[in-house]
Design a protein around this ligand. Sequence first.
Ligand code: ASP
Ligand code: MG
Length: 440
Amino acid sequence: MIVMKFGGSSVANREQITKVLAIVRDRLPLQPVVVSSAHKGVTDGLIDAARTAAQGYNPGEAVIDKQREIAQALGCPESLMLPFFSEIRDLLRGIQLVGEVSPRSLDYISSFGERMSVRCIADFFAREGVPAEAFDAWDLGLITDDNFGRARPGPEYTERMRAAFADRVAPGVVPIVTGFVAKNAQGVITTLGRNGSDLTATLVAAAVQADEVQIWSDTDGVMSADPGIVPAAKSIATMRFDEAAELAYFGSRVLHPATLVPAIDANISVRVLNTNRPDHPGTVIESAPAPKPSPVTSIAYKEGQSVLTITEPRMFEQVGFLARFFKVLAQHEVVVDLVATSEVSVSVTSHDNAALKRATTDLRALGQVDVQGEKTILAVVGRHIQHSKGIGARILEAISRADVNIQMHTFGMTSNNISLVIDDADIDRAVASLHAALFE
Ligand code: ASP
Ligand code: MG
């Protein structure tokens, strides 16, 4: 059994869905389970409509029209989408009346994208001769906690899902399962977070003990850098789970950061493939891939970060300063990514500018505080970086050649990445120069 996840651009329209059909048809002997995203732009459209409705405006019919057009192009009967359209209209009207959109209603409204796309796709597949049935993930046992916007299932989900698959999915039928959405124990709709369909795919794979998870997207696997910035970016043939996790975390757009956890736990390899070029081998992510020559795997970046620095000359030889500092950060729920310390100062980065600002007042009791926004974490990831002499020099040289100022720099003892903090405005230059130095 394999799990094949198709992202929003892979199911954007009839042309793309026809490619998906051919890809799935070719793999029928592998007993595929398909996990699908919403059609490209539909989730964004639904969220926009909810926000507009909360401000009291009539959100209009734009997103419904978009879905209707795709369904029509696929030749689906009109009745297939109508119940969803009327539920969306009711919900938006409700949001407009109460004038606010809670995390719970935001999950409810965002859930429609996947619920509609799987039905259109299954209907189209069946008419094209591939027996398929649409499923909402909750009907296949995906039940989560109540954390709207970032819900996760408890450990018992695997048993429940395995049983539900055995019970509900008829042999020879390809299940087309909603990515991203789930329900809590009370039956209220939740979501796993933006781009959460990847995570649905690995959760399903772990539950049904699939041989492989395939993430079908629109690049030739995981690339050595963002192809939008670096035209010479190359596809990476194999990488280890921890490298991929690091890359996902540091902003490589291909995988949702939490995606790999279920795959690591169940030791199922993840293959990242291109719907537009299905013959390209893509990238295999697994626990022990074959050795590769280059010490560096990829470059990723995450913009819009803030750096908080606390300076206290008396910190020198003090005991417990860091403990007090991090205690305040914890009290204000600041998620910290990078940390760098010197004798008299500590710097941390976080994406949560608001939480950092809240912590600032309390931190002033410990020392002088400075917060700077619009920073980018640039991460060079590779499992052999640790043991490769001269990589640091090549990285720093490339950055200085691009005339970019490095404001912070971290590299741990057992680390598989070197991270630098630079200004958001310098991303393109820094990434292009680094890629040229390390890969070209
Ligand atoms: N449709 C959802 C989103 O746009 C989930 C996904 O595509 O993975 O975030
Ligand atoms: Mg995605």
